[in-house]
Design a protein around this ligand. Structure first.
Ligand SMILES: [Fe+2]
Length: 602
Protein backbone atom coordinates (compact mmCIF):
# COMPACT_ATOMS: atom_id res chain seq x y z
CA UNK A 1 0.00 0.00 0.00
CA UNK A 2 1.33 3.43 -0.98
CA UNK A 3 0.45 6.47 1.12
CA UNK A 4 1.64 10.00 0.42
CA UNK A 5 1.70 12.61 3.21
CA UNK A 6 1.69 16.33 2.49
CA UNK A 7 2.22 19.40 4.63
CA UNK A 8 1.80 22.80 3.01
CA UNK A 9 0.54 26.36 3.07
CA UNK A 10 1.87 27.53 6.42
CA UNK A 11 5.64 27.26 6.40
CA UNK A 12 8.13 24.58 5.45
CA UNK A 13 6.07 22.40 3.10
CA UNK A 14 7.06 18.78 2.64
CA UNK A 15 6.06 15.43 1.21
CA UNK A 16 6.64 11.91 2.52
CA UNK A 17 5.89 8.54 0.98
CA UNK A 18 5.15 5.26 2.78
CA UNK A 19 5.25 1.94 0.97
CA UNK A 20 3.73 -0.92 2.97
CA UNK A 21 3.86 1.15 6.13
CA UNK A 22 7.52 2.13 5.96
CA UNK A 23 8.89 5.51 4.81
CA UNK A 24 10.81 5.31 1.55
CA UNK A 25 11.18 9.02 0.74
CA UNK A 26 10.61 12.35 2.46
CA UNK A 27 11.85 15.83 1.62
CA UNK A 28 11.05 19.45 2.37
CA UNK A 29 10.02 21.57 -0.59
CA UNK A 30 12.68 24.18 0.24
CA UNK A 31 15.45 21.64 -0.36
CA UNK A 32 14.34 21.33 -3.98
CA UNK A 33 12.86 24.77 -4.78
CA UNK A 34 15.76 26.52 -2.96
CA UNK A 35 13.35 28.98 -1.32
CA UNK A 36 13.99 28.87 2.42
CA UNK A 37 10.91 27.77 4.41
CA UNK A 38 8.99 27.35 1.16
CA UNK A 39 5.31 27.13 2.10
CA UNK A 40 3.95 26.49 -1.41
CA UNK A 41 2.13 23.32 -2.37
CA UNK A 42 5.09 20.87 -2.42
CA UNK A 43 4.82 19.88 -6.07
CA UNK A 44 8.58 19.28 -6.41
CA UNK A 45 8.80 17.28 -3.20
CA UNK A 46 5.87 15.10 -4.25
CA UNK A 47 7.32 14.56 -7.70
CA UNK A 48 10.68 13.62 -6.25
CA UNK A 49 9.14 11.15 -3.77
CA UNK A 50 7.12 9.44 -6.49
CA UNK A 51 10.04 9.33 -8.92
CA UNK A 52 12.42 8.04 -6.30
CA UNK A 53 10.05 5.19 -5.50
CA UNK A 54 9.38 4.58 -9.19
CA UNK A 55 5.64 5.03 -8.95
CA UNK A 56 2.96 7.23 -10.48
CA UNK A 57 0.39 9.29 -8.63
CA UNK A 58 -2.21 6.84 -9.95
CA UNK A 59 -0.51 4.09 -7.94
CA UNK A 60 -1.19 5.88 -4.65
CA UNK A 61 -3.74 4.30 -2.33
CA UNK A 62 -4.17 7.46 -0.28
CA UNK A 63 -2.95 11.04 -0.11
CA UNK A 64 -3.08 12.54 3.38
CA UNK A 65 -3.03 16.23 4.22
CA UNK A 66 -1.48 17.17 7.57
CA UNK A 67 -4.39 19.18 8.93
CA UNK A 68 -8.12 19.65 8.54
CA UNK A 69 -8.30 22.82 6.56
CA UNK A 70 -11.99 23.50 7.24
CA UNK A 71 -11.35 23.40 10.99
CA UNK A 72 -8.47 25.78 10.56
CA UNK A 73 -10.67 28.08 8.51
CA UNK A 74 -13.27 27.95 11.26
CA UNK A 75 -10.64 29.00 13.81
CA UNK A 76 -9.45 31.92 11.67
CA UNK A 77 -13.03 33.02 11.05
CA UNK A 78 -14.10 32.65 14.67
CA UNK A 79 -11.09 34.55 15.99
CA UNK A 80 -11.56 37.33 13.50
CA UNK A 81 -15.24 37.67 14.41
CA UNK A 82 -14.59 37.50 18.14
CA UNK A 83 -11.97 40.22 17.84
CA UNK A 84 -14.12 42.50 15.69
CA UNK A 85 -13.83 45.48 15.38
CA UNK A 86 -10.13 45.25 16.38
CA UNK A 87 -9.61 42.69 13.63
CA UNK A 88 -11.25 44.57 10.80
CA UNK A 89 -7.94 45.47 9.17
CA UNK A 90 -6.60 41.92 9.22
CA UNK A 91 -9.89 40.27 8.32
CA UNK A 92 -9.61 40.64 4.52
CA UNK A 93 -6.00 39.41 4.67
CA UNK A 94 -6.93 36.37 6.74
CA UNK A 95 -9.87 35.52 4.51
CA UNK A 96 -7.88 35.92 1.33
CA UNK A 97 -5.18 33.69 2.75
CA UNK A 98 -7.59 31.08 3.95
CA UNK A 99 -9.76 31.09 0.90
CA UNK A 100 -7.07 31.20 -1.75
CA UNK A 101 -5.84 27.64 -1.49
CA UNK A 102 -5.98 26.50 2.05
CA UNK A 103 -9.62 25.62 2.47
CA UNK A 104 -9.92 23.95 -0.88
CA UNK A 105 -7.06 21.59 -0.29
CA UNK A 106 -8.91 18.54 -1.56
CA UNK A 107 -9.42 20.22 -4.91
CA UNK A 108 -5.83 21.46 -5.04
CA UNK A 109 -4.43 18.00 -4.33
CA UNK A 110 -6.86 16.35 -6.68
CA UNK A 111 -5.97 18.66 -9.56
CA UNK A 112 -2.20 18.53 -8.93
CA UNK A 113 -2.00 14.76 -8.66
CA UNK A 114 -5.06 13.72 -10.62
CA UNK A 115 -6.10 11.34 -7.89
CA UNK A 116 -9.78 10.68 -7.10
CA UNK A 117 -11.11 12.91 -4.35
CA UNK A 118 -12.10 9.93 -2.20
CA UNK A 119 -8.46 8.91 -1.90
CA UNK A 120 -7.64 12.22 -0.21
CA UNK A 121 -7.67 12.03 3.59
CA UNK A 122 -7.07 14.56 6.35
CA UNK A 123 -5.36 14.04 9.68
CA UNK A 124 -5.67 16.63 12.40
CA UNK A 125 -2.59 18.79 12.76
CA UNK A 126 -1.64 17.54 16.21
CA UNK A 127 -2.46 13.95 15.29
CA UNK A 128 0.15 14.38 12.56
CA UNK A 129 2.66 15.76 15.07
CA UNK A 130 1.83 12.95 17.50
CA UNK A 131 2.22 10.25 14.85
CA UNK A 132 5.53 11.70 13.63
CA UNK A 133 6.84 11.63 17.20
CA UNK A 134 5.45 8.27 18.34
CA UNK A 135 5.36 6.03 15.28
CA UNK A 136 8.90 6.91 14.14
CA UNK A 137 10.35 6.23 17.60
CA UNK A 138 11.71 2.83 18.67
CA UNK A 139 9.15 2.30 21.42
CA UNK A 140 5.95 0.28 21.64
CA UNK A 141 4.16 2.29 24.36
CA UNK A 142 4.71 5.91 25.20
CA UNK A 143 3.13 9.06 26.47
CA UNK A 144 2.77 11.70 23.77
CA UNK A 145 3.16 15.47 24.06
CA UNK A 146 2.79 17.90 21.16
CA UNK A 147 3.26 21.66 21.28
CA UNK A 148 3.50 24.26 18.55
CA UNK A 149 2.17 27.70 17.53
CA UNK A 150 -1.21 26.52 16.33
CA UNK A 151 -2.74 23.99 13.96
CA UNK A 152 -6.50 24.03 13.59
CA UNK A 153 -7.46 24.94 17.17
CA UNK A 154 -5.07 22.91 19.30
CA UNK A 155 -1.70 24.32 20.30
CA UNK A 156 -0.69 21.58 22.77
CA UNK A 157 -1.94 18.05 23.29
CA UNK A 158 -1.17 15.25 25.73
CA UNK A 159 -1.96 11.61 25.26
CA UNK A 160 -0.48 8.18 24.77
CA UNK A 161 0.15 5.65 22.08
CA UNK A 162 0.52 1.91 21.80
CA UNK A 163 1.74 -0.36 19.04
CA UNK A 164 -0.06 -3.52 20.09
CA UNK A 165 1.18 -7.09 19.74
CA UNK A 166 -1.73 -7.84 17.37
CA UNK A 167 -0.38 -5.22 14.96
CA UNK A 168 -2.97 -2.56 15.68
CA UNK A 169 -1.98 0.96 16.63
CA UNK A 170 -3.68 3.26 19.12
CA UNK A 171 -2.99 6.97 19.43
CA UNK A 172 -5.16 8.70 22.01
CA UNK A 173 -4.89 12.42 22.56
CA UNK A 174 -6.53 12.96 25.94
CA UNK A 175 -6.63 16.75 26.22
CA UNK A 176 -5.68 19.83 24.30
CA UNK A 177 -4.96 23.50 24.89
CA UNK A 178 -6.56 25.72 22.29
CA UNK A 179 -5.67 28.88 20.44
CA UNK A 180 -4.96 31.64 21.38
CA UNK A 181 -3.31 29.97 24.41
CA UNK A 182 -0.10 28.69 22.89
CA UNK A 183 3.47 28.10 24.06
CA UNK A 184 4.68 28.39 20.49
CA UNK A 185 2.92 31.70 20.01
CA UNK A 186 4.26 32.95 23.36
CA UNK A 187 7.81 32.17 22.24
CA UNK A 188 7.20 33.61 18.77
CA UNK A 189 5.83 36.79 20.31
CA UNK A 190 9.08 37.24 22.22
CA UNK A 191 10.97 36.33 19.04
CA UNK A 192 9.26 39.26 17.30
CA UNK A 193 9.72 41.55 20.31
CA UNK A 194 13.44 40.77 20.33
CA UNK A 195 13.69 41.77 16.68
CA UNK A 196 13.99 38.32 15.09
CA UNK A 197 11.95 36.67 12.34
CA UNK A 198 8.93 34.73 13.60
CA UNK A 199 8.73 31.05 12.60
CA UNK A 200 12.38 31.09 11.65
CA UNK A 201 14.55 32.66 14.33
CA UNK A 202 13.11 31.15 17.50
CA UNK A 203 16.41 29.33 18.05
CA UNK A 204 18.17 32.71 18.18
CA UNK A 205 16.10 33.52 21.26
CA UNK A 206 17.32 30.26 22.80
CA UNK A 207 20.92 31.12 21.87
CA UNK A 208 20.61 34.64 23.25
CA UNK A 209 19.04 33.33 26.46
CA UNK A 210 22.36 31.80 27.50
CA UNK A 211 23.85 35.30 27.72
CA UNK A 212 21.14 36.61 30.01
CA UNK A 213 19.76 36.00 33.47
CA UNK A 214 16.12 35.10 34.00
CA UNK A 215 15.44 38.29 35.94
CA UNK A 216 12.13 38.97 34.22
CA UNK A 217 10.35 35.65 34.79
CA UNK A 218 7.78 37.28 37.07
CA UNK A 219 6.92 39.67 34.25
CA UNK A 220 6.61 36.78 31.79
CA UNK A 221 4.34 35.03 34.29
CA UNK A 222 2.02 38.01 34.12
CA UNK A 223 1.33 37.21 30.46
CA UNK A 224 1.10 33.40 30.85
CA UNK A 225 -0.83 32.23 33.89
CA UNK A 226 -1.26 28.69 35.20
CA UNK A 227 -4.74 27.31 34.71
CA UNK A 228 -6.42 25.33 37.51
CA UNK A 229 -6.26 22.05 35.56
CA UNK A 230 -2.46 22.15 35.24
CA UNK A 231 -2.55 23.85 31.86
CA UNK A 232 -1.84 27.51 31.16
CA UNK A 233 -3.59 30.53 29.69
CA UNK A 234 -2.14 33.56 27.97
CA UNK A 235 -3.55 36.90 29.09
CA UNK A 236 -5.06 38.25 25.86
CA UNK A 237 -4.45 41.94 26.58
CA UNK A 238 -0.73 41.43 26.04
CA UNK A 239 -1.04 39.84 22.61
CA UNK A 240 -2.35 40.84 19.21
CA UNK A 241 -1.58 37.81 17.03
CA UNK A 242 -5.13 36.61 17.56
CA UNK A 243 -6.49 39.77 15.95
CA UNK A 244 -3.92 40.87 13.38
CA UNK A 245 -1.34 39.29 11.15
CA UNK A 246 0.98 42.29 11.34
CA UNK A 247 1.81 42.46 15.05
CA UNK A 248 2.02 39.81 17.75
CA UNK A 249 2.36 41.86 20.97
CA UNK A 250 0.22 44.70 22.24
CA UNK A 251 1.04 48.14 23.64
CA UNK A 252 0.44 46.68 27.13
CA UNK A 253 3.16 44.13 26.40
CA UNK A 254 5.51 47.01 25.58
CA UNK A 255 4.48 48.82 28.78
CA UNK A 256 5.44 45.70 30.71
CA UNK A 257 8.71 44.77 29.00
CA UNK A 258 9.92 48.10 27.56
CA UNK A 259 10.60 49.12 23.99
CA UNK A 260 11.14 46.26 21.52
CA UNK A 261 14.45 45.78 19.76
CA UNK A 262 14.86 47.32 16.33
CA UNK A 263 15.75 44.34 14.09
CA UNK A 264 18.42 46.40 12.37
CA UNK A 265 20.30 47.27 15.55
CA UNK A 266 22.98 44.81 16.60
CA UNK A 267 22.67 43.30 20.06
CA UNK A 268 25.49 44.76 22.13
CA UNK A 269 25.78 42.81 25.37
CA UNK A 270 28.03 45.50 26.82
CA UNK A 271 25.10 47.89 26.99
CA UNK A 272 22.20 47.94 29.46
CA UNK A 273 19.78 47.64 26.56
CA UNK A 274 21.58 44.63 25.10
CA UNK A 275 21.60 42.88 28.48
CA UNK A 276 17.88 43.65 28.91
CA UNK A 277 17.14 41.79 25.70
CA UNK A 278 19.31 38.85 26.76
CA UNK A 279 17.58 38.78 30.17
CA UNK A 280 14.23 38.89 28.43
CA UNK A 281 15.21 35.90 26.25
CA UNK A 282 16.47 34.02 29.32
CA UNK A 283 13.21 34.75 31.14
CA UNK A 284 10.81 33.55 28.46
CA UNK A 285 13.05 30.53 27.92
CA UNK A 286 12.88 29.71 31.65
CA UNK A 287 9.10 30.05 31.78
CA UNK A 288 8.70 27.88 28.66
CA UNK A 289 10.89 25.20 30.25
CA UNK A 290 9.06 25.33 33.59
CA UNK A 291 5.69 25.07 31.86
CA UNK A 292 6.73 22.09 29.73
CA UNK A 293 8.32 20.32 32.69
CA UNK A 294 5.12 20.73 34.73
CA UNK A 295 2.94 19.41 31.91
CA UNK A 296 5.30 16.47 31.27
CA UNK A 297 5.49 15.66 34.97
CA UNK A 298 1.70 15.53 35.22
CA UNK A 299 1.58 13.34 32.11
CA UNK A 300 4.14 10.99 33.63
CA UNK A 301 2.11 10.71 36.83
CA UNK A 302 -1.05 10.11 34.84
CA UNK A 303 0.28 7.49 32.42
CA UNK A 304 2.99 5.83 34.49
CA UNK A 305 4.86 5.17 31.25
CA UNK A 306 8.66 5.20 30.87
CA UNK A 307 8.84 6.82 27.43
CA UNK A 308 7.70 10.21 26.21
CA UNK A 309 7.44 11.16 22.52
CA UNK A 310 7.46 14.89 21.94
CA UNK A 311 6.50 16.56 18.65
CA UNK A 312 5.60 20.02 17.33
CA UNK A 313 7.82 23.02 16.72
CA UNK A 314 8.34 23.62 20.44
CA UNK A 315 10.23 20.28 20.54
CA UNK A 316 13.04 22.00 18.63
CA UNK A 317 13.94 23.76 21.88
CA UNK A 318 16.84 21.56 22.99
CA UNK A 319 17.36 23.34 26.31
CA UNK A 320 13.74 22.72 27.29
CA UNK A 321 13.96 19.12 26.07
CA UNK A 322 16.96 18.41 28.30
CA UNK A 323 15.04 19.72 31.31
CA UNK A 324 11.96 17.66 30.42
CA UNK A 325 14.17 14.55 30.26
CA UNK A 326 15.89 15.36 33.55
CA UNK A 327 12.90 16.53 35.58
CA UNK A 328 9.67 14.99 34.28
CA UNK A 329 10.19 11.44 35.50
CA UNK A 330 10.25 9.88 32.01
CA UNK A 331 13.25 7.63 31.39
CA UNK A 332 13.50 8.27 27.66
CA UNK A 333 12.47 11.22 25.54
CA UNK A 334 12.06 10.79 21.80
CA UNK A 335 12.01 13.83 19.51
CA UNK A 336 11.90 13.07 15.77
CA UNK A 337 14.37 14.61 13.32
CA UNK A 338 11.56 16.78 11.95
CA UNK A 339 9.30 17.66 14.89
CA UNK A 340 7.96 20.79 13.13
CA UNK A 341 5.34 21.12 10.43
CA UNK A 342 7.51 19.60 7.68
CA UNK A 343 7.59 16.41 9.74
CA UNK A 344 3.78 16.41 9.72
CA UNK A 345 3.94 15.14 6.12
CA UNK A 346 5.45 11.92 7.46
CA UNK A 347 3.25 12.02 10.56
CA UNK A 348 0.04 12.41 8.55
CA UNK A 349 1.01 9.50 6.28
CA UNK A 350 1.81 7.29 9.28
CA UNK A 351 -1.37 8.29 11.08
CA UNK A 352 -3.56 7.50 8.10
CA UNK A 353 -1.75 4.25 7.36
CA UNK A 354 -2.03 2.87 10.90
CA UNK A 355 -5.24 4.46 12.20
CA UNK A 356 -7.54 5.27 9.24
CA UNK A 357 -6.52 2.41 6.98
CA UNK A 358 -5.79 0.00 9.85
CA UNK A 359 -2.59 -1.30 8.34
CA UNK A 360 -0.37 -3.44 10.59
CA UNK A 361 2.31 -1.94 12.78
CA UNK A 362 5.77 -1.67 11.24
CA UNK A 363 9.09 -0.44 12.67
CA UNK A 364 10.19 2.84 11.13
CA UNK A 365 13.96 2.89 10.50
CA UNK A 366 15.58 5.05 13.16
CA UNK A 367 17.39 7.61 10.99
CA UNK A 368 16.61 10.93 9.30
CA UNK A 369 18.01 10.24 5.81
CA UNK A 370 14.99 10.14 3.51
CA UNK A 371 15.84 12.75 0.86
CA UNK A 372 17.74 12.89 -2.46
CA UNK A 373 21.12 11.15 -2.67
CA UNK A 374 24.11 13.26 -3.72
CA UNK A 375 25.35 12.55 -7.22
CA UNK A 376 29.13 12.45 -6.84
CA UNK A 377 29.77 12.21 -10.58
CA UNK A 378 28.02 15.56 -11.02
CA UNK A 379 30.32 17.08 -8.45
CA UNK A 380 33.49 15.71 -10.06
CA UNK A 381 32.40 16.96 -13.48
CA UNK A 382 31.55 20.47 -12.27
CA UNK A 383 34.74 20.84 -10.26
CA UNK A 384 36.94 19.65 -13.14
CA UNK A 385 35.24 22.00 -15.58
CA UNK A 386 35.89 24.77 -13.08
CA UNK A 387 39.58 23.83 -12.93
CA UNK A 388 39.62 22.80 -9.27
CA UNK A 389 41.72 20.04 -7.72
CA UNK A 390 39.65 16.86 -7.83
CA UNK A 391 40.78 13.60 -6.24
CA UNK A 392 38.93 10.29 -6.25
CA UNK A 393 39.73 7.97 -3.35
CA UNK A 394 38.64 4.65 -1.91
CA UNK A 395 36.60 4.97 1.26
CA UNK A 396 39.45 4.32 3.74
CA UNK A 397 41.99 6.75 2.22
CA UNK A 398 39.19 9.28 1.70
CA UNK A 399 38.33 9.29 5.42
CA UNK A 400 42.03 9.61 6.32
CA UNK A 401 42.50 12.46 3.86
CA UNK A 402 39.56 14.44 5.26
CA UNK A 403 40.72 13.80 8.83
CA UNK A 404 44.11 15.25 7.80
CA UNK A 405 42.42 18.31 6.36
CA UNK A 406 40.37 18.87 9.51
CA UNK A 407 43.42 18.41 11.73
CA UNK A 408 45.13 21.11 9.65
CA UNK A 409 42.28 23.45 10.56
CA UNK A 410 40.70 23.30 7.14
CA UNK A 411 36.93 23.64 6.87
CA UNK A 412 35.21 20.75 5.06
CA UNK A 413 31.90 20.68 3.20
CA UNK A 414 30.63 17.13 3.72
CA UNK A 415 27.95 15.52 1.54
CA UNK A 416 27.13 11.87 2.05
CA UNK A 417 24.21 9.87 0.66
CA UNK A 418 20.62 10.98 1.24
CA UNK A 419 19.65 14.34 2.73
CA UNK A 420 18.26 14.70 6.22
CA UNK A 421 14.52 15.15 6.71
CA UNK A 422 14.16 18.02 9.18
CA UNK A 423 15.93 21.26 9.97
CA UNK A 424 19.23 19.85 11.23
CA UNK A 425 22.30 18.54 9.48
CA UNK A 426 22.96 15.19 11.11
CA UNK A 427 25.97 14.07 9.11
CA UNK A 428 24.92 13.96 5.47
CA UNK A 429 24.90 17.68 4.56
CA UNK A 430 27.30 19.25 7.05
CA UNK A 431 30.09 21.74 7.27
CA UNK A 432 32.70 20.12 9.50
CA UNK A 433 35.61 21.79 11.27
CA UNK A 434 37.96 21.43 14.22
CA UNK A 435 36.01 22.17 17.42
CA UNK A 436 38.88 23.40 19.55
CA UNK A 437 39.30 27.15 19.25
CA UNK A 438 37.04 30.17 19.47
CA UNK A 439 38.91 31.44 16.41
CA UNK A 440 37.32 28.68 14.34
CA UNK A 441 33.85 29.64 15.58
CA UNK A 442 34.51 33.27 14.69
CA UNK A 443 35.92 32.31 11.30
CA UNK A 444 32.87 30.22 10.44
CA UNK A 445 30.55 33.01 11.53
CA UNK A 446 32.50 35.58 9.56
CA UNK A 447 33.51 33.73 6.37
CA UNK A 448 30.92 31.03 5.90
CA UNK A 449 27.70 31.35 7.86
CA UNK A 450 27.62 35.16 8.08
CA UNK A 451 25.65 35.09 11.30
CA UNK A 452 25.41 36.57 14.77
CA UNK A 453 28.27 35.75 17.05
CA UNK A 454 25.99 34.73 19.94
CA UNK A 455 24.75 31.70 18.05
CA UNK A 456 26.65 28.57 19.04
CA UNK A 457 27.87 25.80 16.76
CA UNK A 458 27.12 22.20 17.56
CA UNK A 459 29.51 19.29 18.11
CA UNK A 460 29.17 15.70 16.91
CA UNK A 461 30.75 12.84 18.87
CA UNK A 462 30.69 9.04 18.54
CA UNK A 463 28.44 7.48 21.16
CA UNK A 464 31.37 5.52 22.53
CA UNK A 465 33.16 8.73 23.53
CA UNK A 466 30.18 10.96 24.35
CA UNK A 467 30.28 10.65 28.14
CA UNK A 468 33.92 11.61 28.24
CA UNK A 469 33.27 15.08 26.86
CA UNK A 470 29.64 15.76 27.66
CA UNK A 471 27.64 15.46 30.86
CA UNK A 472 24.77 13.35 29.57
CA UNK A 473 22.01 12.19 31.90
CA UNK A 474 20.38 8.77 31.51
CA UNK A 475 18.54 8.96 28.20
CA UNK A 476 20.65 11.91 27.06
CA UNK A 477 22.44 10.05 24.26
CA UNK A 478 19.08 9.08 22.78
CA UNK A 479 17.80 12.64 22.88
CA UNK A 480 21.05 13.77 21.28
CA UNK A 481 20.70 11.29 18.38
CA UNK A 482 18.92 13.95 16.31
CA UNK A 483 20.54 16.88 18.12
CA UNK A 484 17.41 17.48 20.19
CA UNK A 485 18.99 18.21 23.57
CA UNK A 486 21.41 20.76 24.96
CA UNK A 487 23.77 19.35 27.60
CA UNK A 488 26.80 20.58 29.56
CA UNK A 489 30.26 20.15 28.10
CA UNK A 490 32.38 18.67 30.91
CA UNK A 491 34.26 21.60 32.46
CA UNK A 492 37.71 20.09 31.88
CA UNK A 493 37.07 19.98 28.10
CA UNK A 494 35.47 23.36 27.56
CA UNK A 495 38.70 25.17 26.71
CA UNK A 496 39.59 22.50 24.17
CA UNK A 497 36.08 22.46 22.70
CA UNK A 498 35.75 26.25 22.62
CA UNK A 499 34.25 26.45 19.12
CA UNK A 500 31.27 24.29 20.13
CA UNK A 501 30.80 25.29 23.77
CA UNK A 502 28.15 27.93 24.33
CA UNK A 503 28.75 30.81 26.72
CA UNK A 504 26.97 28.91 29.52
CA UNK A 505 29.14 25.81 29.07
CA UNK A 506 26.52 23.84 27.13
CA UNK A 507 26.42 22.28 23.66
CA UNK A 508 23.67 21.01 21.36
CA UNK A 509 25.59 17.82 20.78
CA UNK A 510 24.82 15.10 18.26
CA UNK A 511 25.67 11.68 19.65
CA UNK A 512 26.37 9.42 16.70
CA UNK A 513 25.97 5.66 16.52
CA UNK A 514 28.04 4.03 13.82
CA UNK A 515 25.17 2.45 11.91
CA UNK A 516 23.34 5.76 11.46
CA UNK A 517 26.15 7.50 9.52
CA UNK A 518 29.09 5.08 9.26
CA UNK A 519 31.35 7.35 7.21
CA UNK A 520 31.02 10.29 9.60
CA UNK A 521 31.57 7.90 12.49
CA UNK A 522 34.77 6.67 10.84
CA UNK A 523 35.84 10.25 10.21
CA UNK A 524 35.36 11.14 13.89
CA UNK A 525 37.53 8.17 14.88
CA UNK A 526 40.21 9.12 12.35
CA UNK A 527 40.16 12.71 13.57
CA UNK A 528 40.41 11.47 17.15
CA UNK A 529 43.52 9.44 16.26
CA UNK A 530 45.17 12.64 15.06
CA UNK A 531 44.12 15.09 17.73
CA UNK A 532 43.19 12.96 20.72
CA UNK A 533 39.61 14.29 20.65
CA UNK A 534 37.07 12.51 18.40
CA UNK A 535 34.75 15.50 18.28
CA UNK A 536 34.00 17.75 15.30
CA UNK A 537 32.10 20.95 14.84
CA UNK A 538 29.05 20.10 12.73
CA UNK A 539 26.95 22.87 11.25
CA UNK A 540 24.42 22.65 8.48
CA UNK A 541 25.79 22.93 4.94
CA UNK A 542 24.18 26.16 3.81
CA UNK A 543 25.03 29.82 3.57
CA UNK A 544 23.06 32.40 5.51
CA UNK A 545 19.48 32.72 4.26
CA UNK A 546 19.67 29.63 2.02
CA UNK A 547 18.21 26.17 2.62
CA UNK A 548 20.59 23.32 3.39
CA UNK A 549 22.21 22.09 0.16
CA UNK A 550 20.68 19.03 -1.46
CA UNK A 551 22.36 18.28 -4.78
CA UNK A 552 26.06 18.14 -5.61
CA UNK A 553 25.96 21.34 -7.61
CA UNK A 554 24.38 23.30 -4.75
CA UNK A 555 27.14 22.08 -2.46
CA UNK A 556 29.70 23.01 -5.05
CA UNK A 557 28.21 26.49 -5.54
CA UNK A 558 28.27 27.13 -1.78
CA UNK A 559 31.87 25.85 -1.60
CA UNK A 560 32.90 28.31 -4.30
CA UNK A 561 31.14 31.26 -2.65
CA UNK A 562 32.49 31.00 0.88
CA UNK A 563 35.47 30.06 2.99
CA UNK A 564 35.08 26.25 2.85
CA UNK A 565 38.50 24.78 1.98
CA UNK A 566 37.59 21.25 0.95
CA UNK A 567 34.44 19.65 -0.40
CA UNK A 568 33.89 15.92 0.04
CA UNK A 569 31.12 13.76 -1.42
CA UNK A 570 31.37 9.98 -1.64
CA UNK A 571 34.78 9.22 -3.14
CA UNK A 572 35.30 12.75 -4.47
CA UNK A 573 37.47 15.35 -2.73
CA UNK A 574 37.66 18.86 -4.17
CA UNK A 575 40.29 21.26 -2.82
CA UNK A 576 39.98 24.92 -3.43
CA UNK A 577 42.83 26.32 -5.44
CA UNK A 578 44.59 29.23 -3.77
CA UNK A 579 43.48 31.62 -6.49
CA UNK A 580 39.80 30.78 -5.96
CA UNK A 581 37.47 33.19 -4.25
CA UNK A 582 36.98 32.67 -0.55
CA UNK A 583 39.61 32.01 2.03
CA UNK A 584 43.03 31.07 0.62
CA UNK A 585 44.40 27.70 1.58
CA UNK A 586 46.42 27.73 4.75
CA UNK A 587 49.26 25.27 4.62
CA UNK A 588 50.39 25.20 8.23
CA UNK A 589 48.34 23.51 10.87
CA UNK A 590 47.53 25.69 13.85
CA UNK A 591 46.49 22.84 16.08
CA UNK A 592 49.41 20.45 16.41
CA UNK A 593 48.18 17.04 17.32
CA UNK A 594 51.26 16.68 19.53
CA UNK A 595 49.96 19.43 21.73
CA UNK A 596 46.72 17.67 22.45
CA UNK A 597 48.19 14.21 22.69
CA UNK A 598 51.04 15.58 24.81
CA UNK A 599 48.65 17.25 27.20
CA UNK A 600 47.16 13.93 28.16
CA UNK A 601 44.04 14.32 26.07
CA UNK A 602 44.09 10.76 24.79
FE1 LIG B 1 2.54 22.45 13.91
Amino acid sequence: MKVLGISAHYHDSAAALLVDGVPVAAVQEERLSRHKNDAAFPASAIEWCLNDAGIEAADLDAVVFYERSMLKFERILTCALRAFPRSWRSFPHAMKNALAEKVWVRGVISSHLEVPRDKILFARHHESHAAAAFLAAPTKRAAILTADGVGEWATLTVGHGERRPDGRTDITLLREIRFPHSLGMLYSTFTAYLGFAVNEDEYKVMGLAAYGRPTMTELVRQVIRPAPDGAFALVPEYFEYQTTASRSYSSRFVELFGQPRNPYDPIDLDTTEGRRFADCAASVQRVLEDTLVEIARALHRETGLADLCFGGGVALNGVANARVLAESGFERLFVPSAPGDAGCALGAALYADRIYLGNPDRDVPDHPFWGPVVNTADLARAAREDDQDVTELEDGPMIERIADELARDHVVGWMDGATEFGPRALGHRSILAAPHSADMRDRLNRDIKYREEFRPFAPVVPIEAADRYFDLPAGGARLARFMSGVFPVRPEWRARLAAVTHVDGSARVQVLEREMAPRLHALLEAYGRRTGIPVLLNTSFNLSGEPIVTRALEGYSSFRRCGIDVLAAGPIVVSKRAASPGRPLKESATWGSERLVGSGAV
